[in-house]
Write a protein that binds this ligand. Structure first.
Ligand code: IPE
Ligand code: IPE
Ligand code: MG
Length: 253
């Protein structure tokens, strides 16, 4: 019966009001994939796909606010993406710079707090500084926390956290036996964030690509064939709707 009603409801157009009738995830994370293929399908350069992807991101952030989602983590550029051709990488860095610059006013107006997560040292200074300015300006905002994962790699994040723990042990700030999940979580870039309730990946790829490996231990996963630039409100509401019908057991019965 449950499956039948789910099939029926998957066909109908979902509205924000309907979705808000049931609890929405507190933290949503997204692997925004498929920009390159979106551009290739149109005979456009890959960067055109990335530019179109920014529109989807802006739209999704707005929808998060409307739905009352409190944390949103967007995978924008991975550690491994540095291996891409120089032109694409520099085009993306410029796009990040332009986007933060042009959107900052709107971000402030909507009470959104920007947090950069990733290996800051590898980000070109101009881009990094712009993000850090945005972080300072939006520090006190609390409608929505928007984590931008840039030059982000989860394995590297975990290694950095292990190093920090070792230093803290050496400085007698903590005893080995007192290191637990909570303590370790606070050494990650995502400290102060609850773990994602829902992880979405677009473009029909069924993998995690070094994203939030520790944090997604009990996240619900949602995959869609839709390429990121084609990701609409309807798609996002569908993902949230699917989440609302999951039975999260956390190992219990
Ligand atoms: C995601 O789209 C954006 C980044 C990884 C920066 P892709 O650029 O990976 O697009 P596809 O996967 O090649 O289509
Ligand atoms: C993951 O996408 C990274 C981002 C979306 C920023 P990729 O396109 O880099 O992932 P793979 O290489 O297909 O696993
Ligand atoms: Mg990709």
């Amino acid at each position: 019966m449950k499956i039948f009603s789910r099939l029926l409801s998957s066909k109908k157009i979902l509205t924000i009001e309907e979705i808000k009738r049931k609890p929405v995830p507190v933290h949503v994370a997204i692997i925004m994939d498929g920009n390159g293929r979106w551009a290739a399908k149109r005979g456009l350069p890959r960067l055109a796909g990335h530019k179109e992807g920014v529109k989807s991101l802006k739209n999704t952030v707005r929808l998060c606010s409307d739905l009352g989602i409190k944390y949103f983590t967007a995978y924008s550029f991975s550690n491994e993406n540095w291996r891409r051709p120089v032109d694409e990488v520099s085009g993306l860095m410029e796009l990040f710079f332009e986007t933060v610059s042009s959107e900052l006013e709107e971000i402030v107006k909507n009470d959104v707090k920007i947090v950069l997560i990733g290996n800051r040292k590898s980000i070109p200074l101009k881009v990094r500084k712009r993000f850090e300015e945005a972080e300072i300006i939006t520090e006190k905002n609390d409608n929505l926390v928007l984590n931008i994962a840039l030059s982000y790699g989860s394995r590297q994040e975990i290694i950095e956290a292990v190093k920090k723990a070792c230093i803290n042990i050496r400085n007698n700030e903590i005893e080995i036996d007192n290191i637990d999940e909570k303590y370790f979580s606070e050494l990650l870039f995502t400290k102060n964030n609850p773990d994602p309730d829902l992880l979405i990946r677009t473009s029909g790829e069924f993998r995690i690509s070094n994203f939030l490996l520790w944090q997604i231990a009990y996240s619900e996963l949602y995959f869609t064939e839709t390429l990121w630039p084609d990701f609409t409100d309807e798609e996002f509401l569908k993902a949230i709707h699917s989440y609302q019908y999951r039975n999260r057991r956390f190992g219990k019965i």
